[in-house]
Write a protein that binds this ligand. Structure first.
Ligand SMILES: Cc1cc2nc3c(=O)[nH]c(=O)nc-3n(C[C@H](O)[C@H](O)[C@H](O)COP(=O)(O)OP(=O)(O)OC[C@H]3O[C@@H](n4cnc5c(N)ncnc54)[C@H](O)[C@@H]3O)c2cc1C
Length: 468
């Protein structure tokens, strides 16, 4: 990459590119995971190497009258941080991790990948971060949206483990925010999503001990049986032990299943997060009560696993170099009605593309007061993973059509799967949204940092279909 020759570049230790210069286009698209690249063009791109570079970047934006967009791990599907005529601060070359043995707190910069980098670093210490299941997701965007990580059902939002953040404010100053100082900023950082009124330079996270007896069991059924199996699981999971990380999934297996001749199957994956084989047995025992087991195509009995194996499985399901169309909804209502409304999403998925539809379970909220408070006991999400740009509109429409029958049961959506330009869905409770707006006004009165990326009316935290 050519480093900019622009004089202002001497202000930074990291590369700085102005639109039109050598290296700008490569920097604009650097590290973006989904290849469905938006046609948005920042005025300039800064790739800071230090915290001081970031401070100088925000000050430069002030001087130039630019807004600031941020890229951390580069995994947001709509590429939220890339905006026309703004300064894009890409944190990809500012990666630092520091673990404190006494407090078990790790301090980490936002572009660090939660699995590949952070958990590899923590592993020798016997600790881990319950980050995104996909190992390459950046810590920054993931935590800001709440974070659905390992054992979400038992542990709740990953961001509940955050103890402090360091933030460069709109005024170009570096501040610490935690429960006792700048507490409103700290509250917002735990779930406000891609509209945070500052640039977080470091997250201080309380790590967890690596579970010593991670154990998993899987059941696979013919896709035609999904509604019955799902209705049972939705009800039965409420009484299952909380350290059972439970998922439902409709997918096309890339391994052999006896009696299955191709196409989609419906699977249940249950993983026990615990330290002994006895605990694992107790946690996973309720899965053996599935009344549809005799109809299963394949049952994998409880088997010891590792975090590395689980990451490898998820990583293989999310290949790089593809275009991603993603949707989800937190749903509430009669389980049999919801199961019928899911038919297109589960059983009529595009057969020639990669991807899957998943069911993420959640138990009642029992955590700290944080901005992310939108959830029900079940999230339904769908990934379509394809390569032909000519299919963009087709799959955009497919996703809209597939989500439509779910609308009567949809309470809202998770930031991580949302694209508000494409479908307007509520990601926060009304109360949290009102507080987030107050925090934004207080910390960024001139809107130095870019607003939520949304349609012509801006982000309104509403379900578009309810306004019609
Ligand atoms: C293959 C794949 C699998 C995924 N799996 C999961 C999963 O298991 N669980 C889950 O919860 N999510 C998952 N996601 C969603 C993912 O967590 C979000 O897209 C998240 O925003 C990615 O964070 P990032 O830092 O990589 O992205 P980026 O695009 O770099 O950042 C997203 C936005 O976050 C904000 N932001 C990031 N860092 C900062 C900062 N330091 N200061 C201020 N604002 C900042 C900005 O608005 C930025 O535009 C997955 C995504 C992909 C592509």
């Amino acid at each position: 990459m050519t480093i900019s020759a622009t004089p202002v570049g001497t202000r930074f230790t990291g590369p700085y590119y102005v639109r039109g210069e050598d290296g700008y286009e490569a920097a604009r698209l650097a590290r973006i995971f989904s290849t469905r690249h938006p046609k948005r063009y920042p005025a300039a791109i800064l790739v800071p190497h230090t915290e001081q570079d970031i401070i100088e970047g925000v000050r430069l934006a002030q001087e130039q009258g630019w807004q600031v967009g941020v890229r951390a791990g580069g995994h947001s599907f709509p590429v939220w941080g890339m905006r026309d005529n703004a300064l894009l601060i890409d944190l990809g070359e500012f990666k630092e991790m520091e673990y404190d043995h006494e407090t078990h707190i790790v301090s980490v910069t936002p572009a660090v990948q939660g699995g590949v980098e952070l958990n590899t670093y923590l592993q020798p210490h016997g600790r881990f971060f319950a980050g995104g299941r996909c190992p390459t997701v950046g810590v920054g965007g993931f935590l800001l949206q709440g974070g659905i990580g390992w054992n979400f059902r038992g542990w709740g939002w990953a961001v509940e483990r955050l103890v402090a953040i360091d933030v460069v404010t709109a005024a170009g100053e570096l501040v610490r925010a935690d429960e006792s100082q700048n507490a409103d900023l700290f509250w917002a950082a735990r779930g406000c999503g891609p509209g945070f009124p500052g640039l977080i330079t470091r997250f201080h996270i309380h790590t967890r001990a690596i579970p010593q007896a991670l154990t998993t069991t899987k059941q696979f059924f013919p896709i035609e049986r999904y509604a019955e199996v799902l209705a049972w699981l939705n009800e039965a999971q409420k009484a299952m032990p909380k350290d059972n990380d439970l998922l439902g999934i409709s997918f096309q297996p890339d391994f052999e299943i006896p009696g299955h001749s191709g196409g989609y199957v419906f699977g249940i994956s249950a993983t026990a997060y615990c330290d002994t084989a006895e605990e694992a047995q107790t946690i996973l025992a309720p899965l053996a009560d599935n009344p549809f087991l005799t109809d299963a195509l394949l049952v994998v009995p409880p088997t010891p696993t590792t975090l590395a194996d689980e990451y490898a499985f998820v990583d293989a399901a999310h290949p790089a170099g593809y275009r991603y169309r993603v949707e989800s909804a937190w749903v509430d209502g009669p389980h049999t009605d919801i199961a019928s409304a899911l038919k297109m999403l589960v059983a009529e998925r595009p057969i020639h593309e990669k991807g899957y539809t998943f069911f993420q379970y959640a138990l009642p909220i029992d955590g700290p007061d944080i901005a992310m408070s939108m959830r029900t006991d079940l999230m339904v999400g769908a990934y379509i993973i394809y390569s032909n740009p000519e299919d963009d509109e087709h799959y955009r429409q497919w996703a809209l059509d597939a989500m439509k029958p779910l609308e009567p049961y949809s309470v809202g959506q998770y930031w991580g799967d949302s694209d508000q330009e494409h479908r307007e869905v509520r990601c926060l409770t009304d109360e949290a949204w009102s507080r987030v707006r107050d925090v934004r006004r207080a910390w960024d009165p001139d809107q130095r940092f870019v607003d939520y990326l949304a349609g012509p009316d801006g982000y309104q935290n509403r379900n578009g279909w309810q306004e019609a």
